[in-house]
Design a protein. Structure first.
Ligand code: NAP
Length: 485
C-alpha cells in the first residue's frame, strides 16, 4: 500500500516539528525530514519522537540534489542518533556508510539513488534498483524525466522490477514524470513523496499534500499529447472540471515528439491512463496506432480524443462537437445556408464535416489550393480561389487559419469584401478574443464569434467521454477566463 510521505525542509527543528504537526493533521502518513537543509543539526531529537507517524531522516549529499557537505563521520554520528530516536534512515547508493547500514537496526534503511539530470535505459534503472534493494529495507530511485522516451523507460523498468516483490519507490522528477507520482500506487511505489503545501516542494514535480490526498490511490488520469504544449489551456479547464464534478482525477501535459508516440502508448497501457487529448502534430498519425476509431474521427481522418475502454484505445473527435455546439449556442441553423471556410488544415476538416453533415452549401479556400481541393472532395464541398469567394455572398464565414492568433500575423486571409451585415462569422482563434477578422465583421454588423466556445465544448465532450460526467460550461469558462482575462 502506498503511503503519502511529506518531505519537510525547514531551517531548524522547532519549525520542522511545527510543519510536521500540520502535515499529520492534514493526513500525512509518513514524514521525511531533510536535515541537510538545516544549517545546524539538532542536538536533541527527542521532540521528534512525539510525532506519531513513521519518520525518515535524510542528509542528502550535494551531488544527489541535497545540501549536505559535512564529513562522513559527522553524517554517521547524526544518523546513528536519529536511528536511536526512532527514525528510518535514508542513505545514498554508493555512499561508504551504506556498508555500515546494518548497525542502524532496528531502524529501517532506505537506499536511494537520484539522478537530477537524466533517465538512463531500462537495464540501468533495474540495475540501480537491484543494487539499492540489496542493501536496504526499501529501494528508492528518482530520475529527472525530460522526454516521453525517458518516461517510457522508467515505467517499463518499474514494471519489470515489480516482479521482484522487493519494496521500492520509483519517482520521475519534473513535469513529464508527474504521472509516476500521481499513480505511485499503480507504479507499485511504497511511498508517494509530497510537499506540505504548494511552493514547498523538495523535488521538481512533487505534488502537494492536499492534491495527493484529493487524488487518492486510483485517480482518473487524463492529459494531452502534442508539441508544443506551452500555451494549452486544457489542463486548467479539465482540472477545474475534475474538482467541480467531484471526480478524483487529473489532466497532465505530455510533450511528445513524432517518434515517441509508441512510447506514450506503452505508458498508457502499463499505467492504465483513462484517456487523452491529441493535438498537433499527432492528430492524424495516431490513427493507425489505435485499436478503433469512431465513424466521425474516421471520416475526418483525425483524432483529438482517445478513450481507454478497458484496455482498448478508441479514437474520437470532439472538435466537431465543439463546432456544432458553437453554432447551436448562437441559434444558427446551417441547413441550406452558404458558407465559406478559410484554410484547409485540421480545424477546417471539423468545420467542413459539421457544415456538410447539416446540409450547408460550403465552399473552401486556402493558400495552397491543392489542399482545399482535396478537402472539398472528401466532404462534398467546393474549392474556390479567394478571388472567386470574394465575388460571392456567404451567410457564414469560418476562419480556420492561424492568422490573427497571438504570435501570428495580425491579418485576415481574405479580403474584407466578403464580410457583410447579418452574416455569422466565426474565427476558430480565441487568443486574442478579437482578431482582425472579427473586428472587421463587427464593424460590418455581422455576428462575430471567436473560438472559445469551440474549445470549451470540445473539452466538455472529451471530459464526459472519460468520466461519464457532464460538467457545466461555466466551470471551464471560468478557468479559461482566469488564464486569458
Ligand atoms: P493546420 O492544420 O496547420 O492548418 C492551418 C491552415 O491555415 C492551413 O490550411 C494553412 O495553409 C493555413 N495557413 C497557415 N498560415 C497561413 C498564412 N500565413 N496565410 C494563409 N493561410 C495560412 O492548423 P489547424 O489545426 O487547422 O489550426 C488552425 C487554427 O484553428 C489555429 O489558429 C488554431 O488555434 C485554431 N483551432 C482552434 C480550435 C478551437 O477549439 N477553438 C481547435 C483547433 C484549431 P496551407 O495549407 O497553405 O499551409
Amino acid at each position: 500500500m502506498t503511503r503519502i510521505c511529506v518531505a519537510i525542509s525547514e531551517a531548524d527543528a522547532a519549525s520542522a516539528i511545527a510543519v510536521a504537526r500540520e502535515a499529520i493533521a492534514r493526513g500525512a502518513e509518513c514524514l521525511e525530514f531533510r536535515f541537510d537543509h538545516m544549517p545546524m543539526l539538532p542536538d536533541d531529537l527527542t521532540p521528534f519522537q512525539q510525532l506519531e507517524v513513521r519518520r525518515i531522516a535524510t542528509l542528502r549529499e550535494r551531488e544527489q540534489g541535497g545540501e549536505w557537505e559535512g564529513t562522513n563521520e559527522k553524517k554517521w554520528e547524526f544518523l546513528w542518533r536519529a536511528a536511536r530516536a526512532g527514525f528510518d534512515i535514508d542513505l545514498e547508493l554508493g555512499h561508504p556508510l551504506v556498508n555500515r547500514a546494518h548497525l542502524l537496526k532496528p531502524a529501517k534503511v532506505i537506499v536511494s539513488y537520484h539522478d537530477n539530470k537524466k533517465t538512463p535505459q531500462v537495464a540501468r534503472i533495474i540495475e540501480s534498483l537491484v543494487e539499492c534493494s540489496a542493501r536496504s529495507d526499501m529501494a528508492k530511485a528518482a530520475y529527472s524525466v525530460r522526454t516521453m522516451h525517458d518516461l517510457a523507460q522508467l515505467v517499463e523498468a518499474t514494471d519489470w522490477f515489480s516482479l521482484s516483490r522487493e519494496r521500492y519507490t520509483v519517482i520521475g522528477m519534473g513535469e513529464m514524470g508527474m504521472v509516476t507520482r500521481v499513480l505511485a500506487h499503480r507504479m507499485g511505489s511504497v511511498l508517494s513523496y509530497a510537499s506540505v503545501s504548494p511552493g514547498k516542494e523538495t523535488a521538481p514535480g512533487q505534488l502537494d499534500l492536499e492534491t495527493s490526498k484529493w487524488l487518492g490511490k486510483e485517480p482518473v488520469v487524463t492529459g494531452i499529447i502534442g508539441n508544443p504544449l506551452d500555451h494549452t489551456l486544457s489542463p486548467l479547464m479539465h482540472n477545474a472540471a475534475f474538482r467541480a464534478a467531484a471526480v478524483r482525477g487529473v489532466y497532465l501535459k505530455w510533450v511528445t515528439m513524432v517518434d515517441e508516440l509508441e512510447d506514450f502508448l506503452d505508458v498508457v497501457e502499463v499505467l492504465g491512463i483513462k484517456g487523452f487529448n491529441v493535438t498537433i502534430p499527432h492528430k492524424e498519425t495516431i490513427v493507425p496506432l489505435l485499436d478503433r476509431v469512431d465513424p466521425v474521427a474516421e471520416r475526418l481522418g483525425a483524432v483529438n480524443t482517445v478513450v481507454n475502454e478497458g484496455g482498448s484505445l478508441v479514437g474520437r473527435n470532439t472538435d466537431v462537437i465543439g463546432v456544432e455546439r458553437t453554432f447551436e449556442g448562437h441559434g444558427v441553423d446551417v441547413k441550406g445556408r452558404t458558407a465559406l471556410v478559410l484554410g484547409a488544415g485540421g480545424a477546417s476538416r471539423s468545420v467542413l464535416s459539421f457544415l456538410m453533415s447539416k446540409g450547408a452549401d460550403a465552399d473552401i479556400t486556402n493558400r495552397t489550393m491543392g489542399k482545399a481541393e482535396s478537402l472539398a472532395k472528401t466532404f462534398g464541398a467546393e474549392a474556390v480561389t479567394a478571388r472567386v469567394a470574394e465575388e460571392k455572398a456567404y451567410d457564414i464565414i469560418v476562419n480556420c487559419t492561424p492568422l490573427g492568433m497571438k504570435g501570428f500575423p495580425q491579418e485576415m486571409s481574405i479580403s474584407p469584401h466578403v464580410l457583410r451585415e447579418g452574416q455569422f462569422v466565426m474565427d476558430t482563434v480565441y487568443n486574442p478574443p478579437v482578431t482582425p477578422l472579427l473586428a472587421e465583421a463587427a464593424r460590418k454588423n455581422a455576428i462575430a464569434v471567436n473560438g472559445k466556445d469551440m474549445l470549451i465544448y470540445q473539452a466538455l465532450a472529451s471530459f464526459e467521454m472519460w468520466t461519464g460526467k457532464a460538467v457545466d460550461y461555466e466551470v471551464m469558462d471560468k478557468a479559461f477566463r482566469e488564464a486569458l482575462p
